[in-house]
Design a protein around this ligand. Structure first.
Ligand SMILES: *Cc1c(COP(=O)(O)O)cnc(C)c1O
Length: 338
């Protein structure tokens, strides 16, 4: 199988598994797992923040941040196709009691003006805007990069209004490699951010929440409330440390592969593709249904995700080499012709 559904499908390499097996561990609920502590220190330092917290998933990281930054009855501003709005099962409503105020955009990032128009006036009879969430890279817009100058302006504007900003940076290392800028610059002074170890970085489990010491202290309480307090989690943290040390620069390969595959797809009749900025390709089909093509490909050993009636999502990652993509491109060509 050539699996292009997501960069979450990667399996830990032999070297990563060795690092996991050798990890020093302790009870992390007592704060005594040296490997978890090291991962959290490394993450905080890389991003230029005071502290970090290891969490089991990106969703948990985002939802902890929302809980810490808001009170029930508040509103949060986010992008209409963002992960937090669409793929986190309305947890912001059920767990934090907040209302989403989405902004529709072309490429996943809204302007300062749009933000300005969406923040509720400070009147006692209106709900309070309490948080702004951004996503870089933007998953459903096709791994698009959030322009750094826009991000700075948004942070500056939000802060001037007394509003915190949370960054869903599930794939921030893809953004870092694609723009050749360190992640501490991409953080742009947001109040909290989440990044995933389990996507392009190739670790089996885990994300980190990064922020101030006060934020992380609260976040640790909320993580425990959610059942996210883990014990000898150093085994997982070791995979994360290994990923941060060995799997960041190589993301350039995934980006190169995505560009290559997008070009091959663009040559096919009835397929429209925008050149990808990172590792996610969105392809639009002129006539065939996405579900039909997905079924044909699955029978031929190629997996991808239909994300709309005529849209497909393909993601490159550590476990697909150029030769796999050459085979996949050929299979897609054949499946479209049948
Ligand atoms: C995958 C993803 C998440 C959530 O991560 P999980 O570990 O699957 O919970 C959050 N935001 C974005 C943009 C993602 O792509």
């Amino acid at each position: 199988m050539i699996d292009l559904r997501s960069d979450t499908v990667t399996r830990p390499t032999t070297a990563m598994r060795r690092a996991m097996a050798a990890a020093e561990v302790g009870d992390d609920v007592f704060g005594e797992d040296p490997t978890v502590n090291r991962l959290q220190e490394v993450a905080a330092e890389r991003f230029g923040y005071e502290a970090a917290l290891f969490v089991p998933s990106g969703v948990m990281g985002n939802q902890i941040a929302i809980r810490v930054h808001t009170r029930p009855g508040d509103e949060i501003v986010l992008e209409a196709e963002s992960h937090i709005f669409n793929y986190e099962m309305a947890t912001m409503a059920s767990f934090s009691g907040v209302l989403a105020r989405p902004i529709s955009t072309e490429r996943g990032c809204f302007s300062v003006e749009q933000l300005q128009q969406t923040i509720r006036p400070k009147l006692y009879y209106l709900s309070r805007t309490a948080l702004v969430c951004l996503e870089n890279t933007h998953n459903m817009k096709g791994g698009t990069l959030f322009p750094l100058s826009l991000m700075s302006s948004l942070v500056e504007y939000a802060h001037a209004q007394g509003l915190p900003i949370h960054l869903d940076g599930a794939r921030i290392f893809n953004a870092s490699v694609a723009t050749a800028r360190p992640v501490n610059e991409l953080a742009c002074g947001v109040d909290s951010l989440m990044f995933c170890l389990s996507k392009g970085l190739g670790a089996p489990v885990g994300s980190l929440l990064v922020g101030s010491q006060a934020f992380i202290t609260e976040a640790r309480r909320v993580r425990k409330q959610l059942g996210g307090g883990m014990r000898q989690a150093g085994i997982l943290a070791a995979a994360g440390l290994y990923a941060l040390n060995h799997h960041v620069e190589r993301l350039a390969e995934d980006h190169e592969n995505a560009r290559w595959l997008a070009q091959r797809l663009a040559e096919l009749p009835g397929v429209q593709v925008t050149p990808p900025e990172t590792n996610i390709i969105i392809a639009r089909l002129a006539t065939m249904e996405a579900a039909e093509l997905t079924r044909r490909l699955q029978a031929r050993g190629v997996l991808l995700s239909p994300i709309g009636r005529k849209q497909l999502r393909l993601v490159t990652h550590l476990d697909v080499a150029r030769a796999d993509l050459e085979a996949a491109a050929q299979t897609i060509r054949e499946a479209l012709r049948m």
